[in-house]
Write a protein that binds this ligand. Sequence first.
Ligand code: ADP
Ligand code: MG
Length: 262
Amino acid sequence: MTKETRIITLANQKGGVGKTTTAINLGTALAAIGERVLIVDLDPQGNASTGLGIERSERVVSAYDVLVGDKQLTETVVHTAVPDLDVVPSTMDLLGVEMEIAGSADRVLRLRNAIRDGNHGYDYILIDCPPSLNLLTLNAMAAADSVLVPLQCEFFALEGLSQLLQTVEQVRSSINPRLEIQGIVLTMFDGRNNLANQVVADVRAHMGDKVYKTIIPRNVRISEAPSHGKPAILYDLKCSGSQAYLQLASEVIRRERQLKAA
Ligand code: ADP
Ligand code: MG
């Protein structure tokens, strides 16, 4: 692995907050500006794999084989239609990982070891987590330099955040001292909705400059894109959602450079 690889885990134990959408479109945006990017799909639902156009029949090997089997990371990589954007796909087998590796001493470090051992040359590895703080998510946090938390602009946005931050803290104090919260990205924002504006103000008040300046708007093009097997940025570059993800990518790069320098 090159020293320069930055590994970012997208985590939130709530489902439907924009983890997968952010992994796909942030990954595409980073690739579009010249970074070599790998998305690791750790959600048994496999939405990131589907959204990147990887048919189930193409998922012969998957993240499961990295965590449980003896496959090298690079042996499981599939290219996507986006140049410089690859994916380690998910299969339903991932549902069984917890049971299968629970008894092994290195169960939380499986992904980290695989990424460290692999001579892959990626600039960024984005790990898309399932909606749970389970062993898959812990593997993702153990492997990462930083955590990116998508929060949906809705009433209960902050609910559950303290549990997530606590988990990050536990991982930091036990197995991965370098783990940082890269930032919190507000998603599915609808400016016509007063509540959404209130949520943005609340989250900024609580989390300060951990919150990215970029806010991802609710945008129908974003939700249509996965059914075409394409990142929104390829499906409709001009739409407000794609533009926001491009902006987020430059913020992420800036923060990663700061974290790396620190
Ligand atoms: P998670 O991975 O956290 O479960 P997803 O990224 O799958 O969340 O998003 C949940 C749903 O919301 C998906 O159907 C997705 O297409 C849709 N969605 C995500 N972000 C947006 C957005 N900015 N505008 C409109 N729909 C969105
Ligand atoms: Mg998801």
